[in-house]
Design a protein around this ligand. Structure first.
Ligand SMILES: Nc1ncnc2c1ncn2[C@@H]1O[C@H](COP(=O)(O)OP(=O)(O)OP(=O)(O)O)[C@@H](O)[C@H]1O
Length: 606
């Protein structure tokens, strides 16, 4: 497939139907502007006073911008054309003062505005990150991670740029437009008419262009989000991509997405590139009209030369803010689209939490499931977990067995309250888990997964993740207990070796040992363990087994068991099938029963 196209060989990508659809959508979503502005206003928070001062500065500088041309007109009419130079120095002094003060006012307004916008963006970024941390696991299940990352970076950057510059410019442009019109009308309604004759043309030209660009900018941001999503997935899953030799397919998919971004980018920039050109043309036309008609009127004594000078200046001053407004329009539109996407996440409901009454509760680890039913999706025909009931005493080990997809991992995730049950109750020490603050429950529950997640931090920090205030001695002790110390000491910088985000430089078994050390240091009452299925060399496997035995001692443990030995040693065995708990008991009880477990065991032996 050839992905490289001639730079100008693109088909226009907006049809009339698209524009009509888009117009309808805009009408439907008219309130979003208000919502976005309200959201930003809330974020400005305690800097609102400074913002008001900035706005006052804009008023002052816009007024000063009107005084300059007027004074030049006065100089021409009262001094130059009459050759009277008395008092000229005074008026030039005032003019210089006006220009100086104008510069100071514009400098101050942009200096303060940068401070306000950076602080606002800081709040927006931190708020979004904080909100993401509080969202339920189910939120992340449904979304592409790279796309979310794009909201944290690109969209926020767009809002930031608008707040930095566009905000002041838009406000000042509006003030200048209104101010200039008023002053022009007071001076000469006839000349005002000549100056403003160009405005309807500008309006229609702008409408034609922005109708197209606003849709394109939205599409461009969406395409950036999708592309980022794919890049993130491909980089984090690059081993799988390579293992299945999918590089070619990924490249094709990437090229298609990238091509879409290129096409929307091309048209967005092409259309928005018309804006300054069209504006310039209309601007110069207006300038020429004012000079020509003004000259004619002056000839017949209707206006003075000074007034023509004032109006030629004002005609520039009038079209410049229009030009600015037109230019800023796209930036503002793209920022609003970005802000909408950010606020959409902020509006996602966070996990509600229990009152803090039980916050200091120390778990003993008695776990009870009472008729628990759970659906991942409301529309699923049958529940993922249906009517499961069991009890595990504190300190005991329960092995979960069953075919893939039977619901073993789900049982564990429900116990850690990653998802809310749809029916029944889960109790720890007789307390329903929704009466325990999540932090209380999760800080005393630890996961040891097959493929544990390691952070791009030192080995020491990765172990300390289980208990952030652990001392170096505690880290060392946990690593020794987890049989991880020896291999850590062989790493280039020992405990200070920085691991890559997926722990690519250490083996699967070593990752498990680190994850056991992390769980040991957390000292949880309840352990949720997914036994490794991948083949690990016998020495490492023995080390893992030994470390796990130490870890499980005295704690309530749920193990997704793959080895017969683990199952045999468990106090209780739960056999799961299609979300149901079909058998439970000790190894002996289940063997005597000669049911599913018995047949699973005999089948695996044959
Ligand atoms: N986040 C999710 N969203 C929707 N469905 C899910 C989700 N996670 C798991 N499922 C579905 O729920 C069912 C039970 O999955 P679960 O991971 O609990 O099975 P399991 O017994 O642990 O399987 P395995 O031994 O393969 O890990 C499966 O049909 C699975 O497709």
């Amino acid at each position: 497939m050839n992905f490289i196209r001639k730079p100008f060989g693109y088909e226009p990508i907006i049809t009339k139907e698209d524009l009509q659809k888009d117009h309808k959508k805009k009408v439907d979503k008219a309130s979003d502007w208000k919502g976005v502005l309200k959201g930003i206003w809330n974020l400005v928070d305690e800097q609102r006073f400074l913002l008001v001062i900035v706005l006052l500065m804009v008023v002052v500088s816009s007024a000063l911008a009107l005084v300059g041309p007027y004074l030049i007109g006065v100089i021409v009419d009262d001094h130059i054309s009459k050759s009277i130079f008395v008092g000229l120095s005074k008026i030039i002094g005032v003019l210089l003062f006006v220009y100086l003060f104008f510069s100071i006012a514009t400098y101050l307004q942009s200096y303060w505005m940068i401070g306000i916008s950076q602080q606002t963006i800081f709040r927006l970024r931190t708020g979004l990150f904080e909100h993401l941390q509080k969202l339920p696991v189910s939120f992340f299940d449904k979304r592409q991670h790279g796309e979310l990352m794009s909201r944290m970076t690109n969209d926020i950057e767009n809002v930031s740029q608008t707040l930095n510059s566009s905000f002041i410019q838009v406000f000042s442009s509006i003030l200048t437009l209104v101010g200039t019109t008023v002053v022009m009308l007071l001076l000469s309604p006839l000349m005002t008419l000549v100056t403003l004759i160009i405005v309807p043309f500008m309006y229609f030209a702008m409408r034609w262009i922005t109708k197209r660009t606003s849709k394109l900018f939205k599409e461009q941001q969406k395409a950036v989000g999708e592309l980022n999503g794919m890049i993130e997935e491909t980089i984090s899953g690059q081993r799988i991509v390579k293992a299945f030799s999918q590089e070619g397919r990924m490249l094709e998919e990437f090229a298609i997405k990238s091509e879409r971004l290129k096409r929307t980018g091309f048209w967005a920039l092409t259309y928005s590139g018309f804006i300054p050109k069209v504006m310039n043309l209309l601007n110069n036309t207006s300038f020429t009209l004012v000079a020509a008609v003004g000259g004619l009127l002056a000839y017949y004594g209707h206006v003075t030369i000074g007034e023509i000078v004032i109006f030629t200046e004002y005609s520039r001053q009038f079209t410049r803010p229009l030009n600015d407004l037109a230019n800023q329009f796209n930036t503002v539109l793209s920022a609003i689209a970005g802000a909408e996407r950010v606020f959409a996440i902020m509006d996602e409901p966070i996990e509600d939490d229990a009152a803090l009454d039980n916050a200091d509760y120390v778990l003993k680890g008695n776990v009870t499931f009472e008729d628990v039913t759970f659906y991942y999706n409301k529309d699923d025909e049958s529940p993922t977990i249906s009517n499961v009931s069991f009890h595990v005493d504190s300190g005991k080990t329960a092995a979960l067995v069953g075919a893939t997809g039977a619901g073993k991992t789900t049982i564990m995730q429900l116990l850690a309250r990653f998802y809310e049950v749809n029916g029944g109750r889960i109790l720890v020490d007789g307390i329903s888990i929704d009466e325990l603050p999540r932090h209380t429950l999760r800080s005393q529950t630890a996961f040891v997964l097959q493929d544990p997640f390691l952070f791009e931090m030192t080995v020491r920090e990765n172990i300390r993740y289980g208990k952030l205030n652990a001392t170096d001695e505690e880290v060392l002790h946990a690593a020794k207990e987890a049989n991880a110390h020896d291999f850590i000491m062989k790493l280039p910088h020992g405990y200070d070796t920085i691991l890559s985000a997926d722990g690519g430089e250490i083996s699967q078994g070593q990752k498990q040992l680190l994850s056991i050390a992390r769980a040991l240091i957390a000292d949880p009452a309840i352990l949720l363990l997914d036994e490794a299925t991948s083949s690990i060399d016998t020495v490492t496997e023995m080390k893992i087994q030994e470390a796990l035995e130490r870890l499980m001692e005295g704690r309530t443990s749920f193990v997704i068991a793959h080895r017969l030995n683990t199952i045999r040693q468990a106090d209780l065995i739960f056999v799961m099938e299609a979300g149901k708990l079909i058998e439970s008991g000790t190894q002996d009880e289940l063997l005597q029963k000669k049911g599913k477990y018995y047949s699973m065991l005999t089948n695996s032996k044959t």
